[in-house]
Design a protein around this ligand. Sequence first.
Ligand SMILES: Cc1cc2nc3c(=O)[nH]c(=O)nc-3n(C[C@H](O)[C@H](O)[C@H](O)COP(=O)(O)OP(=O)(O)OC[C@H]3O[C@@H](n4cnc5c(N)ncnc54)[C@H](O)[C@@H]3O)c2cc1C
Length: 412
Amino acid sequence: MNVVIVGGGVIGLMCAYRLREAGYEVTVIDQTKGTDNCSFGNAGYIAPSHIIPLASPGVVAQGLRWMLSSTSPFYIKPRLSGSLIRWGWNFYRNATEQKVRENAPHLYNISVLSRELTIRMDRELDHGFELETRGCFMLYNTPEAQKAESRLAEEARKFGMEVPVLSADEVRRMEPGISSGILGGVYFPVDCHINPPKMMNTLRAACSRMGVDFGYDQCAENFSVTGKKITAVQTDKQSFSCDHLVLAGGSWLEGLGAKLGLSLPVQPGKGYSITYKGLDSGLKYPAILVDERVAISPFSDGLRIGGTMELGGLNHEINMKRVAPIVHAANLFYPGLNLRVPEPKDVWAGLRPCTPDGLPYIGPSPIHDNVTIAGGHAMVGISLAAATGYLIRQIISGEKTEIPMDAFRVNR
Ligand SMILES: Cc1cc2nc3c(=O)[nH]c(=O)nc-3n(C[C@H](O)[C@H](O)[C@H](O)COP(=O)(O)OP(=O)(O)OC[C@H]3O[C@@H](n4cnc5c(N)ncnc54)[C@H](O)[C@@H]3O)c2cc1C
């Protein structure tokens, strides 16, 4: 069977890897050269600790407060967009205690599966993801964030995770570079981190070696449909016939789905990152600075910091007013780093594909016989990619899936 995958981000590549491994003929189409998308510039966390979906109580009120500030880590660009209004309403309805309680176990199940698979793949691919199993800190400097994180730690313990809540001194004993002025932190030993460009390049090379074909630099624009089956994908350059189609188009998923009569609400959530190449920070652990929503990731070849969530449509424009606070937060928590605010050309921007309930879409199209969807992973695409590829292969092969998939179905 010949499978065409639209989207060569981490989700598309993980699907390609698993499907090719199972003997399918696989072609990945991407509108870019495959050297930059959301899967390259992120923080690289493989984080079973992220059991609370983006849509959660408190996020709406906090988001509205933040929207009044031009330097805050969250922003919605006001615009008359039917898709944004529908998405916002759905997000609001899903941001309840009950929904979070329902969704957290599903996020946990898929995260744990994904962690195991990512660790195994890293080993099989000669440590090509540069995966480190050191855990991750959630650091705070306000009592509000301390309270929220301690509550999150309690929730995580209910899933059996070991989650120590540490004082500033205890944190500094593990990571001396952190400021003595912080209030403390929660440590998640279960979390891992990878080096995103290394992971993407390793994955692409592995897929190539296995015989996956790539159609880079071409945009999937139309589909040939016969009855309930897609028979070909037309790009702006050529046509690819297919027995099965996988849509893994990240933040473009909603538009791609609409061409096939599918409703796949997704809003692009822009984030920025800055990579200080070659900087030996001496840091051992990745960390999230909770008050500022900033992530710090030490890699073998430098240090990356990132943050912000801007719902402003499909664009990669850089707003330096929101970039500078990311650097300032890193310097506040790690005074020895003395990081400089970069030129706009040295800032990376990526679009997180955000669904209104914080769970990805992983499953068959409800109106086609040969279409499967894999996308909408928002802030956890790297975390959940390995499991997504594995589960997509099980779904397409008609096998029993490793975990229950109902929560991730497309028409939920
Ligand atoms: C600052 C930041 C930090 C993050 N940190 C983390 C983290 O620590 N851990 C984590 O798990 N996640 C993190 N994320 C989120 C993660 O990066 C995303 O969830 C993930 O990369 C999404 O992967 P994807 O393959 O769905 O989308 P993408 O990587 O965007 O890939 C989709 C691809 O589809 C292509 N495409 C779309 N439409 C078409 C078309 N019509 N024709 C051809 N090609 C098409 C696009 O060009 C794109 O290359 C972070 C994101 C940001 C912005």
